[in-house]
Write a protein that binds this ligand. Structure first.
Ligand code: SF4
Ligand code: SF4
Length: 375
């Protein structure tokens, strides 16, 4: 399975031929008039391109232009976690970038039931994704405080429509590996024909939202297999793919990614700042509720930064944040530690903070276990 790697910038004249070449190499020449092409960028929340939260408008623009050149009118769609779709298009510069091009641009609307396999069975996925002839997946290279990284496979979780996402966080998100299996199953089911990953301006630190830090890597990846692409990104970052829950889950379920043949030169980045992972539920099952309440990191709010916009309490699947209450009040008994609130805060006001019990346990583990065994 070939993975194309190219040094790149967002400068239109140099980017366009790169994207066109990638589309051709991934079988884009199958796209023709009447093809149902879904372009799926990362449109998490309203953010300017310099924040590295979203797929850059220049990449989306070049893919739409490629489709138009093949006589096709593609659909650009996602299911944002925060903010209206129109606001995201405006703030991100995507609306301007797509002005005058022939495409439809809107959020996913209807879902259809799809059997994604054990242990989840039938779940609701965006109709536009399931019925597309060709999916062009356009992820952003970002850190993710729950899943370590969000790359090609994780980007497809956006095909679970709006309000159902927190529901899945509620059901699976408290168990990282279970959530990773869900994401891997969705990736295996949708299988985009083309994946182009935006690593030109990537995000490191406490991603994937406004808490992360932009980091210029100047690289684009393209592959026909999202899992293979993600593994090559791990290689670039000197990471064992087993550290990325989604890749580990896919391997455990019997779907190891095909070996990658590299077309291009893979940069080696040794100082990429990974996120502090928000906690796992561990230990015997009967202790889970206690551990969750007393040991796992809790979402906390920096009141000086919070603007009371309401995004966090709107998304909270456990209704653990009191609406309109200043300073923000969390009901930690209800909170399932899914960290959706941290992910969506448009101002970076939320963070995961260690509890006293968690700190004591971590120090005890560091003392009792030899170096390298503390995870
Ligand atoms: S913490 Fe963030 S998301 Fe929540 S109300 Fe404050 S600014 Fe909005
Ligand atoms: S308060 Fe935040 S971490 Fe807790 S359940 Fe709600 S969204 Fe998840």
């Amino acid at each position: 399975m070939s993975v194309i790697i190219r040094r790149a910038s967002y400068e239109r004249d140099s980017l366009r031929p790169l994207i066109f070449g990638m589309m051709e190499a991934m079988g884009g020449n199958e796209i023709r008039k009447g093809s149902r092409v879904l372009i799926k960028p990362n449109l998490l929340s309203p953010a300017a391109p310099g924040r590295a939260v979203l797929t850059h408008p220049a990449i989306i623009q070049a893919v739409v232009e490629y489709c138009n050149g093949r006589g096709c009118r593609p659909l650009v769609a996602d299911s944002p976690a925060v903010g209206s779709f129109n606001l995201i298009l405006r703030v991100s510069g995507i609306r301007d970038a797509l002005h005058g091009l022939d495409c439809e641009c809107r959020p996913f609307q209807n879902s259809i039931r799809v059997d994604i396999g054990e242990p989840f069975g039938t779940i609701d996925i965006a109709e536009d994704a399931v019925q597309a002839d060709v999916i062009v997946n356009l992820p952003k290279l970002k850190t993710h405080s729950q899943m370590l990284l969000t790359l090609a496979v994780k980007n497809l979780f956006g095909c679970v429509v709006g309000y159902r996402k927190p529901e899945w966080h509620m059901r699976a998100g408290v168990d990282r590996q279970m959530f990773a299996r869900l994401i891997a199953r969705i990736g295996l089911n949708l299988r985009p024909a083309v994946n182009i990953l935006d690593g030109v301006l990537a995000m490191e630190g406490q991603g994937p939202g406004m808490g992360g830090l932009p980091r210029e890597l100047g690289v684009l990846f393209a592959a026909g297999d999202s899992f293979t692409l993600d593994r090559v990104v791990c290689r670039m970052l000197h990471l064992d793919p087993e550290q990325v829950p989604v890749l580990k889950a896919a391997r455990e379920m019997g779907f190891p990614a095909p070996e990658a043949e590299i077309d291009g030169s893979l940069p080696m980045i040794r100082d990429f700042r990974l996120p502090r992972l928000t906690s796992l539920v561990y230990g015997p099952k009967f202790l889970h509720s206690f551990i969750r309440r007393q040991v796992l990191q809790r979402p906390v709010c920096d009141s000086a930064v919070c603007r009371m916009c309401g995004e966090c309490w709107k998304i909270c699947p456990a209704r653990a944040i009191a609406p309109e209450e200043k300073p923000l009040h969390f009901d930690y008994d209800r909170c399932i530690r899914c960290y959706c609130c941290i992910e969506v805060c448009p101002f970076g006001a939320l963070a995961a903070a260690e509890t006293l019990a968690g700190r004591i346990l971590r120090r005890a583990a560091a003392f009792l276990l030899p170096p390298g065994k503390t995870g």
